[in-house]
Design a protein around this ligand. Sequence first.
Ligand code: NAD
Length: 456
Amino acid sequence: MSHTTFADMRSFFEKGSTHAFSFRKEQLRLFRQVVLEHEQAIYDALYADLKKSPEEVWATETGLLLQEINYALKHLRKWMQPQKVRTNLLNLPSRSRIYPSAKGVVLIIGTWNFPLQLLLIPVVGAIAAGNCVVLKPSEHAPATASLIEEMMKKTFPAEFLQVVQGDGAAVIPDMLNSYRFDHIFYTGSTAVGKAIYQMAAKTLTPVTLELGGKDPCVVEADANLKVAARRIGIGKFSNAGQMCVSPDYVLVHETVKELFLQELKSCIRKFYGDDASVNDNYGKIINSRQFDRLTAYLSQGKIVYGGQHDRERLYIAPTIMEDITPGAGLLQEEIFGPILPVFAFKNREEALRMIERNSHPLSFYLFTRNPQTQKEWMTSLPFGNGCINNTAWQFTNHNLPFGGIGTSGMGGYHGKHSFEVFTYKKAVMKTPTWFDPAIKYPPFQGKLKLFKRIIR
Ligand code: NAD
């Protein structure tokens, strides 16, 4: 960390330095420029951390980030406008407005699986909203973390934006115990999310928590199986399954299970060839700790496709499993890797019972052609976000708020929703002085009837 302290950032904020439209716009422009200038460096860093191809990096990291910056630049002026609202009868002829106001100095904590965009997309909202920002990249994607620090340092003054590196378990409690941030935006596991929430509660700091969970994917008997297999395959095996919006497991209607499995296997072969370890479009597991956790799952059921792995290269093949041992970790823990358990179900009640064992998923996916079935599924369980006849792409539509519910998190961001995360609504009523009726002041005796007419 530079010698500029968080207190210096607060003075910078309190001086009103980040308030003006022109300042925010300029920072967003500089942000876009530094991302564009580092296009190749970003490819290199993400290849080193996760073996992502340039195409995948553009589609799921850089491109998404630029899309958010461009969208914010286009709409910033409108977002910053105070919103006029009606005034109730009691307060007429006052006028009322809501001013979207910056929170102050905010902390954004990122994770390793999309180490660029999951950390920097929230920054777009924080800057647009007029905050100073402290960033904590994940230590598990070190190449991207140090590139982000380099990019941010050369672009923004330290009183406005700083990057803190290190082991989150040590650095974050230290920061939160010694300084009160005005908002904490955390992406990562549910377990750490709970710890962050507890630390934030001590200072009543508001939080956004973008967490994980087991994301179910249901394939009904009437689904277009070819399309379902392709969309589930890409959602599950992109980034070697290390994606919070990946289908964690598939529940497929028993009458179409075999057909679905055939389609899925054929898709995997088309996407990644017979040996995905030599395919440039297939990623690697982030580190040996995650590799060991994932390979332990391989003995918890029957492997019907894939299963090959190589610790040296942190490679686990796209894998499909069935007949999972009752009580196994695979049934309870978020998989977060390229292993897809497939279960058959007879009817919706049975499928719902299986899903409810791990309630409040971050994402839910449904494949069916029937609009009535779609409607029924959409209202039959709580989940943060999802798709009908697709997987994972909902994340890329910045008009949809992205977030979880219950154990998968709180708060949603992207596009204008990010701006809202990092502002609070300052509510102001302005009352003229020329009209000041005596009824509003004591003595109140005899005014009850009138009060009852006006206030109700
Ligand atoms: P991680 O280990 O990189 O942790 C995330 C951040 O928390 C890091 O910056 C880390 O330094 C910090 N951290 C770790 N331990 C800490 C502690 N004890 N106290 C304070 N901070 C700490 O990533 P992870 O948690 O392994 O990430 C995987 C999880 O994240 C999965 O559950 C996944 O579903 C979830 N995830 C959610 C989203 C989302 O947008 N909802 C996106 C990606 C990942």
